[in-house]
Ligand binder design. Structure first.
Ligand code: GLN
Length: 197
């Protein structure tokens, strides 16, 4: 299974390590031509959504990436990746890829609680460790969005069709469960594609 990781900025190396340990073939996406290599899934890492959004446009990758995700490529966005996928960001007038039917709040936990770790339930998985770094949360989840985890009443993980997002960083914990969940999503899209042949 081939997974591309957006490697323009942020915490991509940690995702790479985890997916590699789970047996995926991982490669970094750094320029427009990298998008032409065939892959089965895509990861948008944490970092700075503003910087990543700007680089995506400057490198001419923005529209093509948006198209492949809209066409069903499984994608996993963590933290800044969640903000890049969100249709709305309440406290930011930028819209990035704008594909997922959620309203996110950016840097939502204030200065004091900028970074913290908790353990909480994740749907179909159970309790897992969650590390938050200047994280967003999801204030509104629209139709077709399944809520997968909440912390303190706030939505911190969700899925809509081929898009999985977490406000926290599973790649910075010891648990590989969320990455396994994502790889299962990729597998189910692959087997559906086979059935459609
Ligand atoms: N605060 C960052 C942003 O707004 C996200 C933080 C992260 O990805 N760890 O993009």
């Amino acid at each position: 299974m081939k997974i591309g990781i957006l490697a323009l900025q942020g915490a991509f190396a940690e995702h790479e390590k985890m997916l590699d340990a789970l047996g995926a073939e991982v490669f970094q996406i750094r320029q427009r031509s990298d998008l032409d290599r065939g892959f089965d899934g895509f990861v948008i890492p944490g970092g700075e959504s503003t910087v990543q959004g700007k680089l995506l446009r400057e490198l001419g990758m923005f529209d093509d990436l948006k198209d492949v995700i809209r066409n069903g490529l499984p994608v996993f966005g963590t933290c800044a990746g969640l903000l890049l996928l969100a249709k709305n960001i309440e406290n930011d007038d930028r819209e990035h890829l704008g594909l997922m039917n959620i309203t996110a709040v950016r840097n939502a936990y204030g200065r004091q609680l900028g970074s913290f770790a908790v353990a909480a339930e994740f749907a179909d998985i159970g309790e897992i460790p969650m590390t938050f770094i200047r994280a967003p949360y999801i204030k509104k989840a629209g139709r077709d969005v399944r809520i997968l985890a909440r912390v303190g009443g706030r939505i911190v993980a969700a899925r809509q069709d081929n898009m999985l997002v977490t406000a926290f960083h599973p790649e910075l914990t010891q648990s590989t469960a969320v990455h396994e969940y994502f790889l299962n999503m990729v597998r189910s899209v692959q087997s559906k594609a086979l059935r459609d042949v």
